[in-house]
Design a protein around this ligand. Structure first.
Ligand code: CA
Length: 542
């Protein structure tokens, strides 16, 4: 849909300052010529709004529209987006961890091109081109509320109101366009209230993009007090691999530190209360957790019974957080309905990556393996996306920036590395759509001790290269025969041809994507741009 295009001179600008100045100049030109925006761009009024729900660590297994066999939770509001729109079953991320994923969404680029490799020492270079800057310059109102986690201050947003670093669940301090503020209440509700406040105050004559970015369900998975006990002490079905011994795989899998059995802390397990609770909140917290914690202490569980207790506590808490996110989606969808905005608003629900809910014995993310590689993606766009449709193409959050620009009629910069999803949303996957995808994880040494690796993913296979001296080996997985990814078939004779094809494809992708070095070169770490207001980062941040 070509609706409106910026003049070429404006499109090609790379610096925010230049774009802002030229956008102003462009507006002045229109005024000088006595041309209104609508007459200059007849369809400008029809450019769709975008509401982008971006949760943190939301596993697709924990969205009922994804039909996980464990039937972990009902998410009626998130499911509504799937029912009235499209569910993507193969949305995969280039680097399964928070900050890098967020940088990819903004830039449409891999970590090695946008400079944000990991959460340990990367800082987002806010001077680079983002979809938000380009949409803003084209006349969109741009807002970002909630989790940011890119260290430097947001650029390209008319309004931003963010959590510092990881943020906290209760009574969260936030940064309102550079000003420190503190809110009372639960973080999902606060983010939703602020999002609604902004929508109510916006200029109703211009299209908008609202990024509603939840902290939940990130570790330590602290639900709203109203959701404590949401599952009536349910005993959750276990994944087949809860007690995985990592046989058939290499030293990286054996050496990780992200198991429910060994890695979870007393705070993760709610044996310790979070310090942010006020006295009334603490009372409600203790009323739920204390009797259960007391029973746990008395039981003296060991071995698999202890792991099972941790698994059930983890799922109660994690899924309780999802309840808070689902409430948020419900409130914003209702606002769109009530204001007559639903018809011309694209609603997207996604997460910065997938997450393990006990598969392989794990929580957390990082790996090229399915549960962390895949992220949920649901898109509603009335009259464009067929309601209830399901797509299985290899798509990625690398494609989001390109998609936003495309639907707004703004030219996609050639250096962006993804591709607009618009044809797919219209039910017409291009014949030359990608059949394989490059993945690269860098955060090592780092929390959870997951070794660096890269690899190539197709609809059936994964070729993986752990490449550090401490874990240097290849793996090949056949998802058709081994959907749980338990047995590498690398160097097995019957896979010789497949292995050769995938190796070539990996080389091709690395060349096309300009991957020049497997380690982030020192020069790529962006120097501090705004140290005065830089967000604090926890040393254990993820
Ligand atoms: Ca995350």
């Amino acid at each position: 849909m070509r609706v409106w295009r910026m003049p070429k001179s404006l499109r090609m600008q790379r610096s925010a300052g230049k774009i802002a100045r030229l956008a102003g100049l462009f507006s002045l030109c229109l005024i000088g010529l006595n041309v209104t925006e609508s007459s200059a761009a007849p369809n400008a009024a029809k450019r769709p709004n975008i509401v982008f729900f971006f949760s943190d660590d939301h596993a697709y297994q924990a969205i009922s529209a994804y039909n996980d066999p464990r039937k972990l939770i009902d998410t009626p509001n998130i499911d509504r987006i799937a029912r009235e729109g499209m569910r993507f079953d193969r949305c995969i991320v280039p680097n399964s961890i928070c900050g890098p994923s967020r940088a990819t969404v903004l830039t449409g680029k891999y970590s090695h091109m946008n400079g944000f490799y990991n959460n340990t020492n990367s800082r987002f270079n806010g001077a680079q081109t983002t979809f938000a800057k380009l949409l803003k310059a084209s006349g969109y109102q741009t807002a970002l509320v909630g989790k940011w986690h890119l260290v430097t201050e947001p650029t390209g947003f008319d309004y931003w109101h963010i959590l510092p670093g990881q943020g906290v669940y209760y009574n969260p301090p936030m940064i309102d366009n550079g000003r420190n503020v503190k809110h009372e209440g639960y973080v999902c509700d606060v983010i939703t209230d602020l999002s609604l406040d902004w929508l109510k105050k916006r200029d109703r004559e211009r299209p908008f993009v609202l990024m509603c970015q939840h902290k939940a369900p990130h570790r330590e998975w602290e639900p709203a007090l109203r959701h404590l006990g949401h599952d009536n002490d349910r005993s959750y079905p276990e994944p087949a691999t809860l007690f995985d011994d990592y046989a058939g795989r290499g030293s990286a899998e054996h050496g990780q530190d992200m198991t429910i059995a060994r890695t979870m802390t007393p705070k993760d397990l709610k044996l310790v209360a979070p310090p942010q609770l006020n006295p009334d909140q603490r009372k409600a917290w203790d009323a739920y957790y204390e009797p259960r914690n007391e029973a746990f202490r008395k039981a003296g569980l060991e071995g698999k019974d202890l792991v099972r207790w941790k698994y059930n506590r983890y799922l109660h808490d994690y899924l309780g957080c999802i309840k808070g996110v689902d409430d948020s989606v419900g409130r914003l969808l209702r606002y769109l309905d009530d204001e007559g905005l639903a018809e011309n608003t694209i609603v997207i629900y996604t997460s910065d990556q997938g997450f393990y809910l006990g598969e392989h014995g794990w929580f957390d993310k990082r790996w090229i393996f399915e549960e962390s590689l895949r992220t949920p993606l649901l898109v509603r766009w009335p009259r464009v996306v067929k309601p209830g449709s399901v797509n299985k193409d290899l798509v990625s959050n690398l494609d989001f920036a390109e998609t936003f620009l495309d639907v707004a009629g703004v030219e996609i910069p050639s250096e962006m590395q993804g591709r607009s999803l618009q044809p797919i949303l219209r039910g017409q996957t291009p014949a030359d759509w990608r059949k394989s995808f490059y993945y690269h994880y860098y955060e090592y040494p780092g929390p959870h001790n997951v070794q660096r690796h890269d690899g190539v993913v197709t609809d059936r296979y994964k070729l993986v290269h752990f490449y550090e001296p401490s874990a240097n080996y290849w793996e090949l997985f056949d998802l058709q025969k081994d959907p749980l990814e338990l047995r590498s078939v690398f160097d097995q004779p019957e896979y010789a041809q497949t292995q050769q094809d995938l190796t070539r494809d990996l080389e091709r992708l690395r060349k096309e994507l300009k991957v020049t070095d497997k380690d982030p070169p020192e020069s790529s770490i962006t120097p501090p741009a705004t140290p005065k207001k830089a967000q604090q980062r926890k040393s254990t941040g993820q």
